[in-house]
Design a binder for this molecule. Structure first.
Ligand code: FDA
Length: 304
């Protein structure tokens, strides 16, 4: 628990991130969890996944930009990714972070950036998934989700099971017929807003998943935890939810054994495929989820 907190704290240290991202060890480090540095490498992974009957959601790494120009650049990079994917007939969605689209700089510019991307995605027949960041962003993120849904109807929200508020948020999103991706939550949160114990997070995840199976629209269950997946698949079966009416989402590079089993069972599986150069905070969150990965990180750094 302490190690996880330290890793999540380190994920917010920009100076360290810049040093690690530009170090010689980076090539080896990123290979396990990140599709590559360029759009071409990201698309290469999506192509390979398509051949294995697996869907993708493409994430261009980056968050907490500090200028309107950076935000616009991120939005344009996503537009280019959408156009290139459509030309390559890859039916992937995109996953974005609002702080990468300028939420901390100007809410109005962020809104404009998101609407432009959602409009393009709609014209190409795909969807924008809006990742959920730390708890201070939840209200503004859900508000952006709702306005995108009203205008373009092609957005998916993300709800984190570790937050106390999530049951109410899921009820509201189900009422508004907005698709939800349910995850456990990856940020360092205070005990005033989030369950500090993993057992409680897991229990809440299953409870929220039950609601999505019963009332959700095209729900996505994002987890690598078999103790979550088994009851969800059973419950979907009991409720006669067709296998193409929901999806399981996992992160690129994690639990390929489960991924193969899901595909073999005929389930819809979508992998979150991150690419780009600003990979440090993403990687640190993955280490925070499984500190055993730290050994891998240290070995790579020592070898470089
Ligand atoms: P848990 O952490 O309990 O892990 C269960 C098992 O999965 C572990 O025992 C291990 O085998 C494996 N595992 C999990 N993480 C691993 C890792 N990093 N390396 C190796 N093995 C690992 N969070 C958020 O706050 N906002 C968001 O928008 C998203 N979006 C998102 C999209 C998708 C597609 C996924 C899969 C996850 C997210 N997350 C997220 C992250 C999520 O909140 C959570 O931190 C991770 O998924 C880990 O939780 P699990 O449900 O896998 O369970």
């Amino acid at each position: 628990m302490i190690l996880r907190s330290v890793l999540l704290w380190l994920s917010r240290q920009r100076w360290l991130g810049h040093w690690i991202e530009t170090s010689r060890a980076s090539q080896k480090l990123i290979r396990r969890f990140i599709a590559g540095r360029t759009l071409e490498e990201g698309l290469g992974v999506c192509r390979r996944l398509k051949a294995e009957s697996t869907l993708a959601t493409l994430d261009i790494l980056g968050e907490n930009v500090t200028s309107a120009a950076e935000a616009r650049k991120s939005a344009e990079a996503y537009q280019e990714a959408l156009r290139t994917m459509a030309a390559a007939e890859l039916a992937a969605t995109v996953s974005i972070k609002l702080t990468q689209f300028g939420l901390d700089v100007s809410e109005a510019d962020c809104h404009e950036n998101v609407m432009a991307l959602a409009a393009l995605a709609a014209s190409l027949g795909t969807r924008v998934e809006i990742d959920m960041e730390s708890s201070g962003y939840v209200d503004r993120t859900l508000s952006m989700v709702r306005s995108t849904h009203r205008r373009h109807g092609n957005v998916r929200a993300v709800i984190q099971a570790y937050l106390f508020r999530s049951a109410d948020d899921i009820a509201g999103l189900c009422r508004d017929r907005i698709p939800v991706r349910l995850c456990k939550g990856a940020y360092l949160e205070p005990p005033e807003v989030a369950f500090p114990n993993k057992g409680d997070v897991d229990r809440n995840y299953l409870e929220l998943a039950r609601r999505l199976v019963e009332d959700g629209v095209d729900p996505a269950f994002a987890t690598h935890d078999e103790r979550m997946l088994r009851p969800i698949l059973e419950s979907a079966g009991r409720h006669k939810l067709p296998k193409d009416a929901f999806e399981i989402q996992m992160l690129y590079g994690i639990r390929r054994d489960i991924q193969r089993r899901l595909i073999a069972g005929g389930y819809r599986l979508r992998l979150y495929v991150p690419y780009g150069v600003a990979w440090y905070p993403y990687l640190m969150r993955r280490l925070g989820e499984r500190p055993a990965n730290l050994k891998f990180l240290l070995r790579s750094l020592l070898r470089a």
